[in-house]
Design a protein around this ligand. Structure first.
Ligand code: MG
Length: 383
């Protein structure tokens, strides 16, 4: 069995517990294999070429797309997640193609305006089964992308689809069938999905801190109340006395990120040695294998709490949240009031299931499209 550590960066070797596309459950619609690309490579390529992927460029991570050009968007967030996930995957001899596909697709279902938009849409959709961005990501790749002549969606492999679905209520799991069966059986996802999930957390905790400091909504003094940040910030000051704030923020954040990634690697290797899963199926039966150490888990929670209090609930962010939610709510109300107000390509779907078609339309919007559409419907200067 592999030691779980790739010694050289060049050889492409899969550990026995890695996802192997030749052992996968295949696609919903059978397609001929292509020469020279694995199934998961093909999935990643389809995701990159999808419309939903391009829209991520104009969707909020924390800061609304119009607030500044240098803040993370859903697109740059997804690329950072893929970078972290791929480097961890390489060290653990996991399937890099699958983990890249999952990382790039994980936020495809996000509404405009980030979590503010998702919360507002979920509230509107309560009587109609709710709205959850993670389930919506699967819906995008399974149904909403309209690119292929023979089927709706991207017709991705089972393992990619299953790994995109990070959370799921029992009710949704019952409706979704086999792809959500693990939630009903209380089994683990593949290791690639577990790592991608933690790479997501490493990415957003660090880049939100970075963006928060850049925006001035968080000060360096405040950031230094997080012990982990303080430790690395002081190390940077000692090593490079007199360095500018901008450089010391980056030097601190990159150390912080590296510390989290190394901890994730070491704890995951420790668990792999303890449980010795010998196949991708065996991973599902084990306790969670990709994890931070207990100590790091605690420190990570401190970082999250800090960001929640000082950034996500900052007055300036709350004021934008309020406006964003109003846009989403009013768009929902107007299209529920009269389905004929939807663009024509959505009306046929809306006649079958109005609320879901309206939610799909709104969820697909970029921040600026939602603002413009709201202006067109409610702004008197548009007359
Ligand atoms: Mg994410």
């Amino acid at each position: 069995m592999s030691t779980g550590v790739r010694q050289s960066g060049s050889a492409f070797e899969l550990a026995p517990y890695a996802a192997d596309s030749s052992l996968g459950k295949g696609r919903r619609y059978v397609e001929p294999a292509v020469v020279g690309r694995s199934d998961y490579q093909r999935d990643r390529d389809r995701i990159i070429h999808s419309t939903a992927f391009r829209r991520l460029e104009y969707k909020t991570q924390v800061f609304i797309n119009t607030e500044g050009d240098l803040y993370r968007t859903r697109l740059t967030h997804s690329l950072e997640v893929a970078q972290i996930a791929r480097s961890v995957a390489r060290r653990l001899c996991l399937n890099e193609d699958l983990i890249e596909a999952v990382s790039l697709a994980h936020d495809l279902g996000h509404t405009p305006f980030g979590h503010a938009g998702q919360d507002a849409l979920n509230e509107c959709m309560k009587p109609f089964g709710g709205f959850e961005h993670n389930v919506q990501s699967l819906r995008v790749v399974d149904e909403l992308e309209e690119r292929y002549a023979a089927f709706d969606g991207l017709n991705l492999c089972f393992e990619t689809r299953e790994s995109i679905l990070k959370h799921c209520s029992a009710e949704n799991a019952n409706n979704l069938g086999e792809v959500a069966q693990r939630f009903l059986d209380k089994k683990r996802p593949l290791l690639e999905a577990q790592v991608a999930n933690l790479a997501d957390q490493i990415a957003y905790n660090n880049h939100d801190m970075d963006d928060g400091l850049r925006s001035g909504l968080i000060t360096l003094e405040q950031a230094c109340t997080v012990p982990l940040f303080k430790q690395y910030f002081e190390e940077v000051q000692r090593t490079y006395p007199g360095v500018t704030d901008r450089r010391s923020i980056h030097e601190t954040v990159r150390r912080l990120m590296n510390f989290l990634i190394v901890d994730l690697l070491e704890e995951t290797q420790r668990r792999l040695q303890q449980h010795k899963p010998d196949s991708m199926g065996a991973v599902r039966e084990c306790p969670p294998l990709a994890a931070f150490s207990e100590q790091m888990h605690e420190m990570n929670i401190q970082l999250k709490r800090f960001l929640h209090k000082e950034l996500y609930k900052h007055q300036a962010v709350l004021r934008t949240t309020y406006k964003a939610q109003k846009v989403v709510r009013e768009l929902f109300e107007v299209f529920m009031h009269d389905v004929r107000l939807l663009p024509q390509q959505h009306t046929a779907k809306a006649e079958r299931a109005q609320a879901r078609a309206v939610a799909d339309y709104i969820a697909g919007m970029t921040d600026r499209f939602a603002i413009r559409e709201h202006q067109r419907l409610f702004g008197f200067n548009e007359w």
